[in-house]
Ligand binder design. Structure first.
Ligand code: FES
Ligand code: FES
Length: 162
């Protein structure tokens, strides 16, 4: 067993888990934060994306023990109380979800994409960057629209796709 301590959504949290426990399992089962989903468990679908020390990672790809001491943001940590994060608001506004299973991972990945590109985003880049996030419902079009709209909202950038 390993003791893992993380700062999750601004709060220090600890738990004991087996050495081989994945970060995604630790977040859901030890910390009870079930907004982070698990689909494939093999680094393919992207539903488990969280931010680790400010960068998006697939949390099924990392052991909880490897993440010890890091800062984690999950989907539960994005909004400010009742106020949605601009990426969440844009997904809602532009119908970027249907069943919602992929949505936490999409939103966390999109937030990191927008941050890394600093407002300089176009449709092609968003599609390429979201390659590791699978959605079985939407056909991606409205997801891409939502990401570009959030980018425009956050950086005042020109929306590149209608
Ligand atoms: S559950 Fe992590 S990538 Fe699918
Ligand atoms: S909204 Fe259903 S999988 Fe994406």
């Amino acid at each position: 067993m390993t003791k893992v301590t993380l700062t999750v959504n601004g709060r220090k949290m600890s738990g004991e888990c087996a050495d081989r426990t994945l970060l995604s399992t630790f977040i859901r089962e030890n910390l009870g934060l079930t907004g982070t989903h698990v689909g494939c468990d093999t680094t393919q679908c992207g539903v488990c994306v969280v931010h680790m020390d400010g960068k998006s990672v697939k949390s099924c790809t990392i052991l909880a023990a490897q993440a010890n001491g890091s800062e984690i943001t999950t989907i539960e940590g994005l909004s400010k109380g009742d106020e949605l994060h601009p990426v969440q608001a844009a997904f809602k506004e532009h119908h970027g979800l249907q069943c919602g299973f992929c949505t936490p991972g999409m939103v966390m990945a999109a937030t990191d994409i927008i941050r890394r590109h600093g407002g300089n985003l176009d449709e092609k880049t968003v599609r390429a960057e979201l390659e590791g996030n699978l959605c079985r419902c939407t056909g991606y079009h409205n997801i891409v629209k939502a990401v570009l709209a959030a980018n425009a909202e956050m950086y005042g950038a020109k929306q590149a796709a209608e």
